[in-house]
Design a binder for this molecule. Sequence first.
Ligand SMILES: C[S@@+](CC[C@H](N)C(=O)[O-])C[C@H]1O[C@@H](n2cnc3c(N)ncnc32)[C@H](O)[C@@H]1O
Length: 293
Amino acid sequence: MPQLRATLRQGLHTLLAHQVPSAQLAAELLLMHVLGRDRAYLHTHSDEDLPAEDLDRYVQLIAERSTGKPTQYITGHQEFWGLDFEVTPDVLIPRPETEHLVECVLELARLHGHAKDARLRIVDVGTGSGCIALALASEFPRAILFGADISRAALVVASRNAVRLNMPERVKFLESDLLGRLLAPDFAGTFDFVLSNPPYVGRNEVDKVQREVREFEPRLAWGGDLESGEEVYGRLFPQTLRALRPGGHVVVEIGYNMRDRVLASLGNDWDEVVVTPDLAGIPRVVSARKRLP
Ligand SMILES: C[S@@+](CC[C@H](N)C(=O)[O-])C[C@H]1O[C@@H](n2cnc3c(N)ncnc32)[C@H](O)[C@@H]1O
């Protein structure tokens, strides 16, 4: 029976041979997944022997990862905003940079005097795993949240995440083309926040996208079939104006080179337009306030 240390080294070697990015991390996460243990255990028990069935399972997962399949689709988990989300190939894997969108909402709520127990009305368009909506549900316990997505399969995963995170009644998930179903008279003009991390990779950028994304994440989620990348914003902003109450905010994530085009498609009905960079200094989040009459 090989020791954990030797198994990990062999896993790493295979992943490196297949040019898997962040190979060390992937080798560790997959072994942690097989053993049901944390990283500290791997390092404090590195001399321990690995049972044959665990070794077989690990070799199988390393082979899967070597095909380019993201680690998160193999383990079925991704952390976002300190919460553990189930992810399947039906949803985009939540990205750390999307946490800037959540931070931006918290900051705007603070600046505009909304207490944590405010009954804010928030909608997350293109909710995917539900990560943005559920992160905000955890921050604003009395908020009324909606998560909209055109993908029924994604909504099933989002609903399961709401149950896993003990917030099954906090977010209402619904099938909708952008804000389509939330513009009925009962909803229009009532929202404090419209949020979205929409698909934004245009056809001409597909070859710049990592193999892991291109071959394994849903194209509907990252946007490989879009004509340009920003046409979704062009549809979303006019709908958002109808959905928000005066003084409400739109907060969207944007692609690395889109700032000027997205700002141009916002139009003139907004105040307090702010572009927030991510940790790499790339313009990442655009927020704006619907003008008061
Ligand atoms: C970039 S993913 C974002 C997922 C999640 N909000 C996140 O940040 O990880 C975009 C999501 O938008 C959904 N989507 C794509 N086109 C849509 C449309 N026309 N209306 C509603 N949702 C759409 C996709 O199914 C996908 O779940």
